[in-house]
Design a protein. Structure first.
Length: 199
């Protein structure tokens, strides 16, 4: 099983969702440099949520489920890099390896969540709930501005990323084993978040 470069983060990365990252630690600058040198390998690395501890310096406790990140763009600045990555496939960490020169792990890919047209109404309900709650707890225009992918699976992951949830709830969504379970969890957690905001 090949060793995969890993980037533990204080946030969850979902499939089909882009996020910007500021890279400043020497070990992660090395990781990005090697990815750029090996473009033919797909320029991917694994992202996992730091459940406890800090992003800088190690000594953290890391989640066992994560998402592969494909490098989309890199901007070099004086003291750091700003990179944009796109989430691709979910994985399970089988074993963490030696962290020299950066964190690495052996991974097994998780099956893709399968879409069924029978879930269309549930997906529509989830979108309505997420957009309504965003409009209540964030800037009102934020809910209407985001365009979702025409691919139904990608659009559900994008809804999960949009929802005003904490990282633990986002991680719960990431670990879903079916599209129906993901949609139902998304609706429930978003409604719970709305209740907390309203209290």
């Amino acid at each position: 099983m090949a060793a995969t470069p890993m980037f533990p983060l204080g946030s969850v990365l979902f499939p089909s969702v882009p996020i910007p990252l500021r890279v400043f630690e020497p070990r992660y600058l090395t990781l990005v440099g090697r990815l750029l040198d090996e473009q033919e390998s797909g320029s991917e690395f694994g992202v996992v949520l730091i459940e406890r501890g800090h992003e800088a310096g190690g000594g953290d406790q890391r989640a066992s489920i994560g998402t592969m990140a494909r490098l989309v763009s890199v901007v070099a600045r004086a003291d750091d890099l700003i990179i944009v990555v796109l989430g691709t496939r979910r994985f399970s960490v089988e074993r963490w390896l030696d962290e020299d020169p950066y964190p690495r792990a052996e991974l097994s890919m998780l099956p893709e969540l399968e879409w069924s047209e029978s879930l269309a109404s549930l997906r529509a309900d989830a979108e309505a709930v997420v957009r309504r709650v965003i409009a209540r707890v964030a800037e009102p225009e934020a809910a209407g501005d985001v365009e979702l992918s025409e691919d139904p699976v990608a659009s559900v992951w994008q809804l999960a990323a949009m929802a005003p949830l904490g990282e633990y709830d986002r991680y719960t969504l990431l670990t879903s084993t079916s599209m129906e379970a993901l949609l139902r969890r998304l609706i429930d957690l978003t409604l719970e978040a709305e209740e907390l905001w309203s209290a």
